[in-house]
Design a protein around this ligand. Structure first.
Ligand SMILES: Nc1ncnc2c1ncn2[C@@H]1O[C@H](COP(=O)(O)OP(=O)(O)OP(=O)(O)O)[C@@H](O)[C@H]1O
Ligand SMILES: [Mg+2]
Length: 333
C-alpha cells in the first residue's frame, strides 16, 4: 500500500431513480486520522460509506480506498477495511463468540487465528462474561460493541463506522468513543459518520459537513467554528440600570455590536481570554457590578445551524432507538 491517503473520493454522484442521493462528493481521509462525515438525516452519509465499502456503485465519480479502486479492485478494498453499518449486523441467535467466528468465516480467515482473535476482541470490548450468551440478550451498547468487534476480526487498517453511537445512552457512547480512540492510537484510520456534533467534535481530526448530497463545509472543529466568527463576551450585570454605562465602557474592547437582554450583555470579541481581563478592568473603573462574566466559543451546533439553516439533530435525538435500528441495512458486508 503506497498511498498515504486511506480514502480518496472525487465527484461521487449517486442516483436512485429520481432521487439524487449524492451530488458530487469529494472526500479525503489521510492515513492514521479520524475524519467525521457530519450531516442530517438523508444527507447521503450511508450512501457515501456504502460506495467506499464497495457495497454500492456510484453513478459517477471515482474513489480509492487503501490505494485501490473501489470498482476495479473491490476485493483488495474489502480486505483492507472493516465496516460497522448503521444497522447492527450481529446474528441475534448466535452467541457473542459464535458471531465473531461467523464473521471470521465470511472473511475466509484461518480458524485458529479467528478463535484467538475472538478472545482478544471479547476481552477488549468487555464482552468476555457475556460471550456464551445469544446476542439477543445483549443491551444496545453490548450489541454495538460486538458489531464493532466483528468488523475488526481481520485487523483492518481502515475502519468505516456509520453512526456508531446512535441510540446509545451517554455512558455507552463515551465507552464506545474510548474504544475508537484506542483503535486510532494503535494506528487505525477511521471514517465515521454521525449526526451528533459533539461526537464529531470529540473524535474527528477533520470534519466534512454534508447536506443534500453535497459537501458544504470542511475543516477542523476549530476552523469550522472560526468560519462563523470568533468568541462572544457574555456578561450578566448586577444592576440593569448600568446597562448603557456597560455598553460604553466595553465599546473599545469588543469587535462588533453588543446586544442586551435585561441584565445580560453579549458582544463578539477577538483575541481570546485576555479580553476577559480587559473587560473586568473597564467595568471596574466605572464601578459597574458584574454577577457573571465569560467567553463563549460558538459550538458546532451554531456552525451547523448557520451553514444549513437547520440543526443537525432537529428531528433525531428523542427518536426511540427501535425505529432507527429496527430495520436492517441489507447486504451490509
Ligand atoms: N436504495 C435506495 N433507494 C432510493 N433512495 C435511496 C436509497 N438509499 C438511499 N436513498 C435516498 O438517498 C438519500 C441519502 O440517503 P442516506 O441513507 O445516504 O442518508 P444518511 O445521511 O445516511 O441519512 P440517515 O442519517 O437517516 O442515516 C435519501 O434521500 C434517501 O432516501
Ligand atoms: Mg445513514
Amino acid at each position: 500500500m503506497t498511498s498515504d491517503l486511506a480514502v480518496e473520493a472525487h465527484g461521487l454522484v449517486k442516483e436512485f431513480g429520481d432521487v439524487k442521493a449524492l451530488n458530487g462528493i469529494d472526500l479525503v481521509v489521510p492515513r492514521g486520522q479520524v475524519v467525521g462525515l457530519l450531516g442530517p438525516n438523508g444527507s447521503g452519509k450511508t450512501t457515501t460509506v456504502r460506495i467506499l465499502a464497495t457495497l454500492l456503485k456510484a453513478t459517477a465519480g471515482t474513489a480509492k480506498v487503501a490505494g485501490f479502486d473501489v470498482v476495479k479492485q473491490a476485493d483488495e478494498v474489502r480486505r483492507s477495511i472493516g465496516l460497522t453499518g448503521q444497522y447492527a449486523a450481529v446474528d441475534e441467535f448466535l452467541t457473542g463468540r459464535e458471531n465473531l467466528a461467523m464473521f471470521g468465516g465470511l472473511f475466509h480467515l484461518d480458524k485458529n487465528y479467528v478463535a484467538a482473535r475472538a478472545e482478544e476482541l471479547l476481552e477488549k470490548f468487555d464482552l468476555t462474561d457475556a460471550a456464551n450468551r445469544p446476542a439477543k440478550t445483549y443491551s444496545g451498547g453490548m450489541r454495538r460493541r460486538l458489531d464493532l468487534a466483528a468488523s475488526l476480526i481481520g485487523k483492518p487498517g481502515i475502519l468505516f463506522l456509520d453512526e456508531p453511537t446512535t441510540g446509545l445512552d451517554p455512558r455507552s457512547r463515551i465507552g464506545l468513543w474510548n474504544v475508537i480512540t484506542e483503535l486510532v492510537a494503535e494506528g487505525t484510520t477511521v471514517l465515521l459518520t454521525t449526526q451528533y456534533l459533539d461526537e464529531a467534535d470529540q473524535l474527528a481530526d477533520d470534519i466534512v459537513v454534508i447536506d443534500h448530497g453535497k459537501v458544504i463545509a470542511h475543516g477542523t472543529s476549530s476552523e469550522l467554528k472560526d468560519q462563523i466568527g470568533g468568541d462572544r463576551l457574555e456578561i450578566t450585570l448586577e444592576n440593569t440600570d448600568q446597562a448603557s454605562a456597560a455598553i460604553s465602557a466595553l465599546a473599545p474592547i469588543v469587535s462588533g455590536e453588543a446586544t442586551l437582554d435585561g441584565s445580560r450583555y453579549s458582544a463578539p470579541v477577538s483575541g481570546g481570554s485576555p479580553v476577559l481581563i480587559d473587560a473586568v478592568r473597564a467595568l471596574d473603573s466605572q464601578h459597574i457590578g458584574v454577577a457573571d462574566i465569560g467567553l463563549r466559543r460558538p459550538t458546532l451546533d451554531d456552525v451547523f445551524l448557520t451553514l444549513t439553516g437547520h440543526g443537525a439533530e432537529d428531528d433525531q435525538r428523542p427518536e426511540p432507538a427501535k425505529s432507527r435500528r429496527g430495520r436492517r441495512g441489507g447486504g451490509r458486508r
